[in-house]
Design a protein around this ligand. Structure first.
Ligand code: ZN
Length: 405
């Protein structure tokens, strides 16, 4: 049985789907810049979760939004002298290429925020009607967090304290200030040609309302999983819950899953520290995409992972060792029986993933099988069966374990 850590309850819970199709929503990339390898840690985690659910026989509907409008996207477009659309279309294309490079399956739907403004307006209207939203003196529409009795439940903040310190390494924020947030931002000169004329005036949506509109449109008011990085917990996901509850009297997602930050060389990744990697930098330096993926999978998604170039070389070697073992199995014609070992490994592999998708443990299990196989000379029949086991591993991990030969 699959158990997943639910941020909302802070417990590992047995996964029980709501219906015939598991609905999954992931907060996708902000497409005004390259996604960095930390972002890809979340997307890889989510990809493997989907593959594993399918392996277990579930049908899955997976939605990943593209944030193609937000403050930074607008200011970047302005600085680069581009239209918002040209900028975001360019980085959307890059993101899809990167996904392919890392062998990530595409989502069923990739909705763009800019194409869902009417749906956002409809939710804001409901929030106004239900008394959760108000018009500010600046013309913008705000969510009144004092009206939502569960505000802070996901991030475990207490509303009364107004401001509370939260552990830096847990949420990535030193402290969080609780304040009302904008659902609709009234037009400012800096927005240039980025605006919509609506019943709430000329303006543009706030970031949080984008995800409420898109998750509800494609998955309904209640679905199975909402996924993101830990930096999404507060305020973004807290706000999504508040908006959906205010409009539809429901928390949209049964499970809230968050992957942890990536450290690079033991420090937080940042452009100024010079340890900020995008996928292309690493490929240009000659590293293999599947080695990068292997390293990103080597630690459970809820634990902090320290990414180093030495670790990347090591991951590449481990991957190659597995590929070589598979090559050997293709032609092995000895007298040893490998079947029992392979069967046991598959069971342990599943056990590892059932435990909150512990990919690090799953890789270890696969490495151990590889070590044992290299010590024996398997017969033809058990070699075929063992190859079948590796095919299962690869269908879930998407690591390109099989070479063309
Ligand atoms: Zn989101």
């Amino acid at each position: 049985m699959l158990r997943l850590f639910n941020t909302l309850t802070r417990k590992k819970e047995i996964f029980r789907p709501l219906g015939d199709v598991v609905g999954i929503y992931t907060c996708g990339p902000s497409v005004y810049q390259y996604a960095h390898i930390g972002n890809f840690r979340t997307f890889i985690f989510e990809d493997i979760l989907v593959r594993y659910l399918k392996f277990k026989g579930y049908k899955v509907k997976r939605v990943m939004n593209l944030t193609d409008i937000e403050d930074k996207a607008i200011s970047t477009a302005r600085k680069e002298g581009k239209t918002l659309r040209d900028l975001t279309e360019y980085y959307t294309k890059i993101f899809f290429e990167d996904m392919k490079t890392l062998n990530l399956l595409p989502a069923d739907v990739f909705p763009k925020a800019t194409e869902h403004v009417p749906e956002m307006i409809a939710i804001i209207r409901k929030l106004m009607e239900n008394g959760y939203a108000y018009r500010g003196t600046d013309g913008s529409v705000y969510y009144d967090v004092s009206k939502f009795r569960y505000w802070g439940k996901l991030s475990h903040l207490k509303l009364k304290t107004g401001k509370k310190k939260i552990k830096r390494d847990e949420w990535g924020e030193e402290s969080a200030i609780i304040s009302d947030f904008a659902l609709w931002k009234s037009y400012e000169k800096e927005d240039r040609d980025v605006f919509w004329e609506t019943e709430f005036g000329k303006g543009r949506p706030g970031w949080h309302i984008e995800c409420s509109a898109m998750c509800t449109k494609y998955l309904g008011t209640r679905f199975d999983m909402h996924i993101g990085g830990v930096d999404n917990i507060f305020p973004h996901h807290e706000a999504v819950i508040a908006q959906n509850f205010g409009a539809f009297s429901e928390n949209p997602s049964r499970y809230w899953l968050h992957s942890r930050h990536l450290m690079v060389d033991g420090r937080k990744m940042s452009k100024s520290a010079g340890n900020f990697y995008i996928l292309r930098d690493l490929l240009d330096r000659g590293y293999e995409p599947m080695a990068i993926k292997y390293l990103l999978l080597s630690v459970n998604y809820r634990r902090r992972l320290n990414f180093t170039l030495e670790g990347l070389v090591e991951a590449g070697k481990k991957l190659e060792k597995i590929q070589n073992a598979i090559e050997r199995l293709k032609y092995s014609n000895g007298g040893d029986d490998a079947e029992k070992m392979a069967r046991k490994t598959l069971k342990n592999f599943e056990r590892a993933l059932d435990d909150n998708l512990n990919t690090g443990k799953a890789l270890k299990v696969m490495e151990e099988l590889t070590d044992e196989i290299s010590r024996i000379n398997p017969d033809r029949e058990s070699s075929e069966k063992t190859l079948g086991t590796y095919r299962v591993f690869d269908s879930i991990l998407g690591l390109g374990l099989f070479k063309l030969s």
